[in-house]
Ligand binder design. Structure first.
Ligand code: SF4
Length: 218
C-alpha cells in the first residue's frame, strides 16, 4: 500500500484551525493512548467523525454508555471477545446517536468517540481516502512549530508513518492495521525509534525488530 499524503486542498486562511504546539499535542496524544484517556480536541461545531461511516466499538466495561444506546443498534464485534459490540451508521454514514447535528448521548459517548482525534492525519500525513469529510477537516489543522523540538518530533512521526506503510510486508501479517486511524496511532506510538533515522542508511530489519518488541510488550 502506498503512503498517501493529505490531499492539497486550497484552504483560505480564515478556515485554518490553529491547534497546540506539535510537541505538546504529541505528548498528550501518547498519554491518552497509553492510559485509555480522552482526546481534548477543539472540535467546535464539527461533527465530521459522527458522519463518516465509522463503526463505533464499545467494550463491555462501558456500562453507562451501553445503557444509553438502544440494543437493536448494537451487534457483536467480529473477532473480539464476547461483550464487545459495534454500533453502525445509517445510509448517509451518520451515527444513529447523532440528533440535530449533536451527539444525543454526549455525556455517555463511547470511549472510541472520546479518544478520536482527526489531527493524527495532519501529524502523520496519512489520509482517510474513503472519508472526504475527515480528510477535509484534518487538512485544516495547523500545528504550531514554536521550537526545534516541535520540528524534530514532526519529522520522526512522519518518518514513522512512511516507514510503516512502505515496509509493511516486513512486519508479521496483521501487525500493521488496515485502517488509517490505527496506522497513524501506530506511527505515533513508535516515532521515538526514528531519532537519527536516515531512509537509505538505517537498518530496516533492526528497526522492524525494535518496533515489534516495543509494541508487543506494551
Ligand atoms: S456516539 Fe455521539 S460522538 Fe460518537 S459517533 Fe455517535 S454521535 Fe458522534
Amino acid at each position: 500500500m502506498k503512503k498517501k499524503s493529505i490531499p492539497t486542498i486550497n484552504i483560505e486562511p480564515e478556515n485554518e484551525l490553529a491547534t497546540d504546539s506539535f510537541s505538546s499535542w504529541l505528548i498528550a496524544t501518547g498519554d491518552a493512548y497509553k492510559n485509555g484517556g480522552s482526546a481534548d480536541v477543539p472540535c467546535g461545531e464539527c461533527n465530521a467523525c459522527c458522519r463518516s461511516s465509522y463503526f463505533i466499538h464499545i467494550t463491555p466495561n462501558e456500562k453507562e454508555t451501553l445503557q444509553h444506546i438502544p440494543k437493536e443498534l448494537l451487534f457483536s464485534a467480529p473477532g473480539l471477545p464476547k461483550g464487545n459490540v459495534l454500533m453502525g451508521f445509517d445510509q448517509e454514514g451518520r451515527c444513529p446517536m447523532l440528533s440535530n447535528n449533536r451527539c444525543s448521548i454526549y455525556q455517555y459517548r463511547p470511549l472510541t468517540c472520546r479518544s478520536y482525534d482527526c489531527r493524527v492525519f495532519s501529524a502523520t500525513g496519512l489520509v482517510e481516502e474513503e472519508r472526504d469529510l475527515i480528510s477535509q477537516q484534518a487538512s485544516r489543522w495547523k500545528f504550531k512549530f514554536q521550537s526545534e523540538e516541535d520540528r524534530v518530533l514532526y519529522f520522526y512521526v512522519r518518518a514513522a508513518a512512511d516507514f510503516i506503510i512502505e515496509n509493511q510486508s516486513m512486519f508479521p501479517d496483521g501487525f500493521v492495521p488496515g485502517n488509517p486511524t490505527q496506522q497513524a496511532m501506530l506511527a505515533i506510538q513508535v516515532h521515538d525509534f526514528f531519532r537519527g533515522y536516515e531512509k537509505h542508511k538505517t537498518d530496516k530489519h533492526l528497526l522492524v525488530e525494535k518496533i515489534l518488541t516495543a509494541v508487543t510488550h506494551r
